[in-house]
Design a protein around this ligand. Structure first.
Ligand SMILES: [Fe+2]
Ligand SMILES: [Fe+2]
Length: 352
């Protein structure tokens, strides 16, 4: 079967039936049944990339992999930047992909953080500023390494998009939910709204995991994470190395036989350099525990981000009686204590 049949279009001369373009500007007439049959056999593949989080080496490996499979259509699902070192290199890869391929982009909650920080004149909405340390150091580092052009580009991205490719059913795509970058897709409100979408398939990011579920005739497919894939949460007291250690994730959506079929892919990449970059960029000094959690995630495929900051807040409260309003109010020493409970090493050599 050829990879791509020429697009049948309505015949301008006869007013009905289809023509099939041929080389040299010629065409031939085919019946509507033949056109439908050809459409049903046609195969497209769309590469779907979510949650790069600054890990440009993981993104590069995924783009190289997709190019080797001759993929020309891409959907990018947000959270391109923040966390890993050298976000400007992610931006270069995205701009290059936008110029070379047929791409669609939405923005994630991390892009929203950058947009609103700039909109407030380099401040949070409450007037506070980001400072070095494990809570905000990685955000501040990222903000300093982006240009106005980058943040302008984020501002131009939609929260939700829809893509009709050829005769395939349209696909919807978003970061958290089609209505908010940071929505949790399983919330009652989000699920209620999902049923109102005109599309029957939704590609999403934000969860950093591969999964798929059906809800009232709509199939939602989560594309995992290019830069920070998650197999399970990090547990206190143990270092678990999972199948998602040292790999990037991406989703391929194939349109074949008249339906969309997901293929979940893990891609090896230069994870050693990604870890070295945390040191080289200064992130290990500017956000010590956050950088250590990033390293831990790369090396194990587990997620310390949901547990360790909360534990730091708790340890601070137990020790001082002060209930911090957020992570930013917790002194660094409590982040270090929480990291130790979860066996997250601040000295890289201990985990190699
Ligand atoms: Fe994310
Ligand atoms: Fe997100």
């Amino acid at each position: 079967m050829p990879e791509f049949w020429p697009e049948p279009v309505y015949c301008p001369d006869r007013g009905r039936g289809f023509i099939e373009p041929r080389r040299g500007g010629k065409h031939r007439h085919i019946s509507v049944y033949t056109a439908q049959w050809r459409c049903s056999l046609r195969e497209f593949t769309v590469a779907v990339l979510a949650d790069v989080h600054g890990n440009y080496l993981a993104l590069k490996a995924c783009l190289d992999y997709a190019r080797a499979r001759k993929i020309e259509k891409y959907v990018f699902l947000g959270d391109y930047i923040t966390d890993h070192a050298y976000p400007q290199r992610v931006m270069e890869l995205l701009y290059e992909a936008a110029g070379r391929y047929d791409c669609r982009f939405v923005r994630g909650n991390r892009e929203d953080y950058m947009i609103s920080y700039r909109a407030n004149g380099g401040k949070e909405a409450d007037g506070s500023v980001w400072r070095d340390g494990s809570c905000q150091g990685a955000l501040l580092y990222c903000y300093e390494n982006l240009t106005d052009r980058d943040i302008d580009w984020f501002e131009g991205l939609p929260v939700y998009g829809s893509w009709q490719i050829g005769s395939a059913p349209p696909i919807a795509f978003c970061h958290g939910s089609p209505y908010k970058t940071k929505d949790q897709i399983y919330s009652v409100e989000a699920l209620e709204k999902l049923a109102q979408l005109p599309e029957r398939i939704l590609l999403k990011g934000h969860n950093h995991r591969f999964f798929s579920f059906w809800h009232k005739g709509l199939r939602a497919v989560c594309a995992g994470s290019v830069g920070n894939p998650i197999y399970c949460r990090t547990r206190a007291g143990v270092v678990e190395v999972t199948p998602l250690a040292k790999v990037a994730q991406m989703l391929l959506m194939h349109y074949e036989g008249g339906r969309w079929v997901p293929e979940y892919v893990t891609v090896p990449y230069d994870w050693e350099q990604t870890i070295k970059n945390l040191e080289l960029s200064g992130l290990t000094k500017r956000a010590p525990v956050w950088a250590a959690m990033l390293r831990h995630n790369v090396l194990t495929g587990t997620d310390p981000f949901g547990r360790v900051p909360q534990r730091a807040v708790e340890l601070y409260r137990l020790d001082t009686g002060i209930k911090a309003a957020g992570w930013a109010g917790v002194p660094e020493e409590y982040w270090v204590m929480a990291a130790k409970e979860y066996k997250i090493e601040l000295v890289p050599e201990n985990l190699w």
